[in-house]
Design a protein around this ligand. Structure first.
Ligand SMILES: [Zn+2]
Length: 300
């Protein structure tokens, strides 16, 4: 699942490659992915992309004051193409493409319809793997019109230690759940919470409100270092030209059975339904293995 670092990398990529270009046309293959109808997608036709940014895990493409916003959900991605096929993808097809955004080769001229239909200009696909289709696209005048953005807590990369303490003070949830709750803190999901808690040497089951001063300081430091390191790695990888889930540099997440790079203990997994998380007993839980049954209280 794309989290803060990957979405930041996609926004960086779009700032380099898409800003200054004009949207020629948008093909919708997965009609259910589009969550808004006013303004219409066609309101973006002929308008210049003027920025790209991130709100938590939402990607925001600023199109001359209108916002094309995407939540990639668990299996979504943005794939940049220097030359898109001019024929639209089949609506309702089984393929991964949800929405295809055609851009003009150079902003303004030649006329955008002609350019995109004859040659296939540059642009990007919003794709979603698997059968669960949860990728969501919005066109809004103000990003806070997207309910998920209006509910976001402060950005994980912008929060001070005092703010973090205040945010967690009334959180009775376990820390793993609290820091992945987007209304508490925006941007962190399953993968980077594993990494952050490992770096902070904290058990995922600790109650958020009960962290000591020292534990809170370690958590705040870990949020900053883990996310900043991941952003610089992700940006370096040119995210939008890669397949999804090209993460590197992880210490425990998705490394079940491998040695912890810090202490050499074996990374363990707690699994529940369709998800799992990883931790190192020596670094995080005083050597204790966590039982799967405890997860029912941890994850929704
Ligand atoms: Zn370890």
């Amino acid at each position: 699942m794309p989290e803060l670092p990957e979405v930041e990398a996609l926004a960086t990529f779009l700032r380099e490659r898409a800003v200054g270009r004009t949207i020629a046309r948008i093909d919708v293959a997965a009609i259910n992915a589009v969550k808004t109808f006013d303004p219409a997608l066609t309101a973006l036709y002929g308008a210049e992309i003027t920025g790209a940014s991130r709100h938590g895990k939402f990607l925001d493409v600023d199109v001359s004051g209108l916002h094309l916003i995407t939540h990639l959900s668990r299996a979504g991605w943005l794939q940049w193409r220097d030359a898109l096929p001019p024929a639209p993808p089949r609506p309702g097809g089984k393929g991964p493409i949800a929405v295809r955004v055609h851009l003009d080769d150079s902003s303004g001229f030649p006329p955008h319809e002609v350019a995109s239909q004859l040659r296939g200009g540059p642009g990007f696909d919003l794709t979603e793997a698997g059968t669960q289709k949860r990728l969501a696209v919005y066109v809004v005048r103000d990003p806070v019109e997207v309910p998920g953005i209006a509910r976001l807590g402060p950005d994980a990369l912008a929060v001070s230690r005092d703010q973090l303490q205040a945010l967690l003070a009334d959180q009775r949830a376990q820390i793993k759940r609290a820091i992945t709750d987007q209304t508490v803190l925006a941007g962190i999901g399953n993968a980077y919470s594993d990494e952050i808690l490992h770096t902070a040497r904290l058990s995922p089951f600790k109650i958020a409100a009960k962290l000591t001063e020292d534990e809170l300081a370690r958590l705040h430091d870990a949020i900053g270092t883990v996310l900043r390191d991941a952003v610089s790695r992700s940006v370096g990888q040119k995210a939008a030209t890669l397949k999804a889930e090209k993460r590197s540099g992880l210490q425990v997440h998705a490394r079940t059975g491998l040695p912890c790079p810090v202490c050499g203990d074996t990374v363990r997994e707690v699994s529940f339904a369709d998800r799992a998380f990883q931790y190192c007993p020596t670094c995080q839980t005083e050597g204790r293995e966590l039982a799967d049954r405890r997860l029912s209280r941890l994850l929704k």
